[in-house]
Design a protein around this ligand. Structure first.
Ligand SMILES: Nc1nc2c(c(=O)[nH]1)N[C@H]1C(S)=C(S)[C@@H](COP(=O)(O)OP(=O)(O)OC[C@H]3O[C@@H](n4cnc5c(=O)[nH]c(N)nc54)[C@H](O)[C@@H]3O)O[C@H]1N2
Ligand SMILES: Nc1nc2c(c(=O)[nH]1)N[C@H]1C(S)=C(S)[C@@H](COP(=O)(O)OP(=O)(O)OC[C@H]3O[C@@H](n4cnc5c(=O)[nH]c(N)nc54)[C@H](O)[C@@H]3O)O[C@H]1N2
Ligand SMILES: [Mo]
Length: 769
């Protein structure tokens, strides 16, 4: 393991004690976590009612993660972090034009992310006023006309229409139309920083850009192979099906460099018995602390052992453990892959994965013994330079025993934002081949742009080289979320136009273009009344199920517009009149927009308005789930990795691989607080997690303050200062720090080779003193 990282100083026994959390995920800690935000935010009345309706049919669909909403929900079908997200939206605090009158933008740039959002909900449209360096109130008309004037002066190819994965299917559909009517496919989505590796990688090998499982599959699986996803923090409602599965006898095999408590033990806060006895359920049957990027090698080890078991069994005259019927009928490339698995040496597998052969063999035995297996993964696979290959490897493993396209088995990427998958489904995509452009041309009487638009990384490159001149943002905090943040912030301000549709103030709004608007919108729990009455919006979860969501809370301010109304307002002011572009009617009745979605995608969305309140959502279907492979070969593809590590830059003396992580007290760039309860950390986010052996090798003590510098073999100096060394149980040669604080260290060019997803999980760094 990592031999070249050790220096010659011998290690003594006096190692620091790594931090860890003694409790379980769930339990009283999660209740206290909610209560803390509740006390601080003093949310508006009615929040309890909203929480009771959260994720239930005809209720409000949580705006936090994209986990499925079961047909038979719990009484409290929300989690600690979902509740925090709702309370955060329903705060009583307001960020009014008066606030902006008191602070220049330059001054606000010095504020921490947490403090910016803590000011409260934005209440009125704002225009940047250069002479005073302040955002000043403007009317909606003024905002729309001002934006239209700029857009009409710009080359449509130089403008980006970014979307963060929260906006509804209805607003997203109209947003994508707006970009195309205007003249570009520049529709990057937050998923470009996230599961784009899935959209590209999974599509290449099984023909489906999304997971093949449904929530019910978790009731039937015998094993779950769980890679690089942290349910305790990022999808806590997943802990319930995991707990149920374990109680049925299902085995969870976890691969993660970090021992995430959510995958170790769980107390169901909704179970009085468990809360009283405080007896947690042990979740993972094996917890394998793979090196960052070591998953390709680890899965190769699993596959290699499956082949060895198969050889032994067939030699003894026993039935094969491979599903040859499935392999012959449904797959392509099996022989070449098996030859590679046989040829790959255990030494190579152990070195890159950081795992022991015996452990991988034991894990593979669980795989072989299980009739039905689900492969779960998250950012630990997707955010690597060779992330697509890791996903291909997981598919290889699953295909060997026909574990895709039957009950209790399949691929289950856990998506991020609550509607991020849905935004792609309804046309927010920079890839024109994924959108039925001919149909749109007929429906809306226009000539759609056919050229490939900008991904997130392309957009950043365009901003840096000056070819991108305008940026519209439907939610999100782009400048904070992207790689090479410091370089990007400087380039950003040369743009002519920036428009931010948002609920709360964030750093992106302060790194504005020459002309800039911040446009405040309703949050999902709020009532959205239009000319035809109260409106419903819809979203799609990780399992391709679609749900209606009804907001009932009084909006934070009378002046707010819905996201859809803002998109339509910009479109109408900017674009020429066209009898088929019915902005006013669409805004008056979102049901008409759902009709358009149904017309555009009839297979998935037929009878949309009638089906949107089905309990458990309606399923839009998935070809690979039915063993129809929409790949070039018409079969599921075994792939042949060209590398055993997903890291783009390998080991070198003094180099560490940085994992940028999320705490239990944040939603992406929104920081709820400074605790990371499930990791036993609190008080500060400016910390650097390091294992005691590496600390000793580097001559560091707990509490030392260091600078972390980029070590990416290019000419750019990247650094984050003031990080406090904190001992933590991590593989050798790996350090951990928080996203987004660490983003200046991620080079823009360091991204997944196929999808351009930034490689935020294996960032080459060194410690500077
Ligand atoms: N409360 C809350 N919920 C969220 C979010 C949030 O910030 N807060 N964010 C939302 C969004 S947009 C997304 S995309 C998802 C993200 O949810 P996840 O996919 O869980 O993303 P991360 O927490 O970034 O990282 C996941 C795990 O990958 C592990 N890991 C890192 N490197 C590797 C590796 O090389 N191999 C393996 N096997 N594991 C590795 C990390 O230790 C971590 O446990 O969550 C969504 N839900
Ligand atoms: N280093 C590193 N970088 C990463 C990641 C990582 O793991 N490591 N993760 C990546 C991932 S997975 C993602 S998805 C991106 C996230 O990137 P984004 O999606 O762009 O960022 P968020 O932090 O989710 O955006 C938060 C802001 O959204 C606005 N907002 C909240 N709710 C609403 C709403 O209902 N409507 C509107 N219009 N606005 C709203 C608020 O103003 C809030 O400040 O970051 C990526 N960046
Ligand atoms: Mo994400």
């Amino acid at each position: 393991m990592n031999d070249d990282l050790t220096n010659d100083r011998p290690l003594d026994d006096d190692l620091a004690t790594p931090r860890e959390y003694g409790g379980s995920s769930g339990g009283f800690g999660s209740v206290e976590g909610m209560a803390k935000v509740m006390r601080r935010e003093m949310p508006s009345p009615g929040v309890a009612e909203t929480l009771m309706r959260q994720n239930k049919a005809e209720g409000y669909m949580c705006a936090s993660c994209a986990w499925g909403k079961p047909k038979h929900p719990h009484t409290f079908e929300f989690c600690e972090n979902g509740a925090k997200a709702t309370i955060w939206d329903l705060t009583r605090d307001r960020c009014t034009p008066d606030f902006f009158a008191q602070h220049t933008v330059t001054e606000l740039r010095e504020w921490a992310d947490f403090d910016l959002e803590m000011v409260g909900r934005l209440t009125a449209p704002l225009r940047y006023d250069a002479p005073t360096d302040k955002y000043v109130e403007c009317s909606w008309d003024e905002a729309f006309t001002g934006i239209a004037k700029e857009l009409n002066a710009l080359d449509p190819k130089s403008v980006i229409f970014y979307a963060s994965g929260k906006a509804s299917l209805e607003s997203s559909y109209l947003y994508a139309l707006t970009a195309r009517f205007y003249g570009n496919n520049n529709l990057p989505d937050s998923s470009n920083m996230c599961h784009e590796t899935t959209s590209v990688g999974l599509k290449n090998v099984i023909g489906s850009p999304v997971g093949t499982c449904t929530l019910e599959d978790f009731d039937h699986c015998d094993a779950i192979f769980y890679f690089g996803q942290n349910p305790g923090t990022n999808s806590p409602r997943f802990l319930h099906p995991l707990q149920d599965a374990v109680r049925r006898g299902c085995k969870i095999i976890t691969f993660n460099p970090v021992r995430e408590i959510g995958l170790v033990r769980f107390i169901d806060p909704q179970s009085p018995v468990q809360m009283l006895t405080q007896q947690p359920t042990q979740l993972s049957h094996m917890y394998l602390q793979v090196r960052p990027g070591g998953d390709i090698a680890a899965i190769m080890g699993l596959c290699k052992h499956v082949v060895a078991v198969d050889d032994a069994r067939t030699a003894a005259g026993d039935p094969s453990v491979l599903d040859h019927g499935f392999i012959d009928q449904h797959t392509h490339g099996f022989d070449a892959f098996i030859a590679q698995a046989r040829a790959t040496g255990w030494d190579e597998i152990e070195r890159h994965s950081g795992l022991k052969r015996a452990d991988l063999e034991a894990a593979a035995d669980v795989y072989v013994a299980a009739e039905r297996v689900i492969g779960v993964y998250g950012m630990g696979l997707t955010q690597h330079v060779h992330g697509t290959q890791s996903i291909g490897m997981l598919v290889n493993l699953m295909l060997m025993r026909g574990n895709i396209g039957r009950q209790g088995a399949g691929m289950s990427p856990v998506r991020g934002h609550s509607n991020v998958q849905g935004q792609r489904t309804v046309g927010i995509s920079e890839k024109p081949e994924l959108v039925p452009l001919d149909k749109l041309a007929t429906m809306f009487d226009f000539e759609p742009p056919r050229d490939t638009g900008h991904t997130t990384v392309d957009a950043c490159e365009g901003i840096r080289d000056g070819s991108v001149k305008g940026f519209i943002s439907l939610g999100g905090n782009f400048v904070r979320a992207i790689p090479d943040r410091e370089i990007m912030e400087k380039a950003w301000q040369h743009q002519q136009l920036t428009v931010y549709i948002a609920t709360k103030l964030n750093r992106s709004h302060l790194i504005h273009g020459r002309v800039s608007y911040v446009l405040p919108c309703l949050a999902r729990p709020e009532e959205d009344v239009q000319a035809s009455g109260p409106q419903t919006v819809t979203i799609e979860d990780s399992f391709s199920h679609i749900y209606g969501s009804v907001g009932r809370r009084t909006p934070a301010s009378d002046t707010l517009l819905s996201e859809l109304a803002i998109v339509a307002g910009i479109a109408q002011a900017t674009l020429p009149a066209n009898p088929k572009w019915r902005w006013d009617e669409w805004t008056a009745d979102y049901g008409l927009v759902r009709d358009l979605i149904a017309e555009t995608y009839p297979e998935e969305f037929h009878d949309f308005n009638a089906r949107m309140f089905e309990a458990g959502g309606f399923y839009r279907g998935n070809a690979a789930h039915d063993r129809i492979w929409k790949t070039d070969s018409g079969k599921a593809e075994f792939t042949h990795p060209t590398t055993m590590t997903a890291l783009g830059i390998g080991d070198a003396p003094g180099r560490f691989h940085l994992i940028t992580m999320r705490s239990n007290d944040q939603f992406n760039t929104t920081i709820y607080g400074f605790d990371d309860r499930l990791r036993g950390l609190s008080g500060s986010r400016l910390i650097l997690l390091m294992n005691p052996r590496d600390m000793q090798r580097e001559g560091l003590k707990e509490g030392d303050i260091v600078t972390l510098a980029g070590d990416a073999d290019d000419d750019t100096r990247r650094a984050v200062e003031g990080l406090k060394i904190t001992p933590y149980d991590l593989p050798d040669g790996c350090v951990g720090g928080y996203y987004p604080e660490m983003n200046p260290l991620v080079p823009l060019w360091y991204h997944d080779e196929a999808s351009k997803t930034p490689a935020s999980k294996g960032v080459p760094v060194r410690i500077d003193r």
